[in-house]
Design a protein around this ligand. Structure first.
Ligand code: G6P
Length: 608
């Protein structure tokens, strides 16, 4: 969602601010703006729409001057997307400028109070309240004022503040929303996310809640709200700039699909030593593990779909009941969770508001939380009891691919780890799982090599109006993700259905030419799925079936087929998802959609 970048140094700030904002575009936004201190005046340029608009307005950053500045991409929450609601926001007399990620929950009361004192507002945003409060309370010391203002705010925020009166300073604050400080030579930076500053530095501080950073050109001081200085450790970001760039590919999504073998290999290799899974991150004793009578999985979007796969995997290998829950539902339904429930939270960004709050709800009820997260140091990673990182590297395309795949890999690692601790997986079975897990990257590469076939199928089918994905068992779990991938980037209506459930409703929607994508990788249930394929074919459906390569007979029941290599049942989704990602990608490409930034979607959903 919203993105923040800031610069203080000796160069012109605007070109860097614009390029930093460009690297945050993937988060999703609908307006953008920058503010620079130009010789003691705060000059703001902002515009509704994509960054190209802001670039045109600023002539690529050449008609706005200053060596200190802040920038923002906004995803509208309070107030429509518009020039006036875009950040940065100025105080009434243009003395202070603020960029903000997060939500100020009590902004209406604060706004009413300020209006009663004669303050004039320009926008409908919650953020403007912060700029106005700073001016209202200002008595000559910006840091003191900001500390006072923070005490008035309820909600979440990452803030960048500049002032006319302190032209050589940026103040940055964080509560709940992420913010990092980049360390340069004679220049320093702020950003909501690492890619924004990777072109300049890999040395960062991560601000923690209620920390305030005072950035000057050659120094950074971090204090708490009692003005006590905090000693921070410099962290070196492992991601390099190449990882956050397209590297010759037309879209990040395609690049990230292609990166899956490497991402899975890294994630698996980190946790297998001498043929055994090592998950030191999980600090549960066998006794604790045995005391659980339920596993509870909380996530949103594709991460939730990983949770649905995990339900099948864990129940089969651990014989513990598993509930996979949408975080946004779990939070508000008085869930039955206690210290006998193990909670697993899955999130690429580690910032998804609903997932984070659901995690806290589970913790409040006494449950131990293990988080599977991609972004190091994110809120969920920090606040969970144990964290396992997926080593997917930065994922830029809004539609997740490599993060989903690495999350699945962690689920298999956990199944083996817990299965060994509980004694529910025999030795031969365990060894076979390890072999299959280590073989996944090569098998995925094999699928990627035959992507022309998927491109061809997409060219035949991209005009479909409705698509139904069907499957049983783990194929059903996968159909959820296949369907989501297609609809989110190609805007084709699609639904995922448990194949056995079709005849209880959905089959009435099948008519001549309706595309049904049947997933039939799960060997034990192939015959059942074939019956469901027959049912839809006799009603006119066009069936594209995905099966394992040793089931060539599927060619006789479906009009088109895609074959994948064989692996053990529980790891089939890792292979089968790849053709589905490619299919969605090519369909969206043929339809001319904005693949990396689909309409209305955001990568990191930091509002409820
Ligand atoms: C957004 C993204 C999805 C993602 C979901 C959960 O909706 O577009 O791709 O699966 O958020 O995000 P998380 O960062 O928690 O995995």
């Amino acid at each position: 969602m919203c993105g923040i970048v800031g610069y203080i140094g000796y160069e012109q700030a605007a070109p860097f601010l614009l390029s930093g904002l460009e690297r945050l575009e993937y988060r999703g936004y609908d307006s953008a703006g920058i503010c620079l201190n130009d010789g003691g005046e705060l000059v703001v340029k902002k515009s509704k729409g994509k960054l190209v608009e802001l670039k045109a307005l600023t002539q690529n950053g050449t008609n706005i001057h200053g060596t200190v500045g802040i920038g923002h991409t906004r995803w509208a929450t309070h107030g429509e997307p518009s020039d006036v609601n875009a950040h940065p926001h100025l105080s009434d007399s243009c003395r202070f400028a603020v960029v903000h990620n997060g939500i100020i929950e009590n902004y209406l009361q604060l706004k009413e109070y300020l209006i009663s004192k004669g303050v004039k507002f320009r926008s409908q945003t919650d953020t403007e309240v912060i700029a106005q409060l700073i001016e209202y309370y200002y008595q000559g010391d910006l840091v003191d004022t900001i500390i006072k203002v923070l005490s008035k705010l309820d909600g979440s925020y990452a803030l960048g503040v500049i002032s006319k009166d302190a032209p050589d300073e940026i103040i940055a604050v964080r509560k709940e929303s992420p913010l990092i400080i980049g360390l340069g030579e004679n220049e320093n930076y702020i950003a909501s996310d690492v890619p924004a500053i990777l072109s300049k530095t890999r040395r960062i501080y991560r601000l923690q809640n209620n920390e305030i950073a005072i950035l000057k050109r050659d120094s950074i001081k971090i204090i708490n709200t009692d003005k006590e200085e905090i000693a921070k450790t410099v962290e070196t970001v492992e991601w390099d700039l190449d990882a956050a760039e397209k590297g010759g590919y037309e879209h990040f999504m395609f690049k990230e699909i292609m990166e899956q073998p490497k991402a899975i290999r890294q994630t698996v290799a980190r946790h297998i030593k001498n043929g055994r899974v090592v998950l030191d991150e999980i600090r549960l004793t066998p006794e604790q593990l045995k005391s659980y009578n339920k596993i509870n999985i909380l996530a949103c979007g594709s991460a939730y779909h990983v949770g649905v796969v995990a339900k099948y995997v864990f129940e089969k290998t651990l014989r513990i009941p598993v509930e996979a829950d949408l975080a946004s539902e779990f939070r508000y339904r008085d869930p039955i969770v206690d210290d006998k429930t193990l909670t697993i939270v899955i999130s690429q960004s580690g910032e998804t508001a609903d997932t984070k709050e659901a995690m806290k709800e589970a913790q409040r009820r006494g449950s131990h939380v293990i988080a599977i997260v991609n972004v190091v140091g994110s809120a969920i990673a920090e606040e969970s009891d144990d964290v396992i990182y997926t080593l997917a590297g930065p994922e830029i395309a809004v539609a997740t691919t490599k993060a989903y795949s690495t999350q699945l890999a962690v689920i298999y690692l956990m199944a083996l780890h817990f299965g060994e601790m509980l004694g529910t997986i025999g030795k031969a079975e365990y060894d076979n799982y390890i072999t299959e897990l280590e073989a996944l990257p090569d098998k995925i590469s094999q699928i990627l090599e035959s992507e022309e076939k998927i491109q061809y199928l997409a060219s035949k089918l991209f005009n479909s109006r409705d698509v139904f994905f069907i499957g049983r068992n783990i194929d059903y779990a996968l159909s959820l993700e296949g369907s989501l991938k297609l609809k989110e980037i190609s805007y084709i209506h699609s639904e995922a259905y448990a194949a056995g459930e079709l005849k209880h409703g959905t089959i009435s929607l099948i008519e001549d030419g309706t595309l049904v994508i049947a997933l039939a990788t799960h060997e034990a249930l192939i015959a059942k799925t074939v019956s469901n394929i027959e049912e839809v074919r006799t009603r006119g459906a066009y069936v594209l079936c995905l099966a394992c390569e040793d089931h060539q007979e599927i060619k006789n029941v479906a009009q088109s087929t895609i074959f994948i290599p064989k692996t053990c049942d529980m790891m089939l989704p890792s292979l089968a998802v790849v053709p589905l990602q490619l299919f969605a990608y090519y369909v969206a490409s043929l339809k001319g959609c904005d693949i990396d930034k689909p309409r209305n979607l955001a990568k990191s959903v930091t509002v409820e």
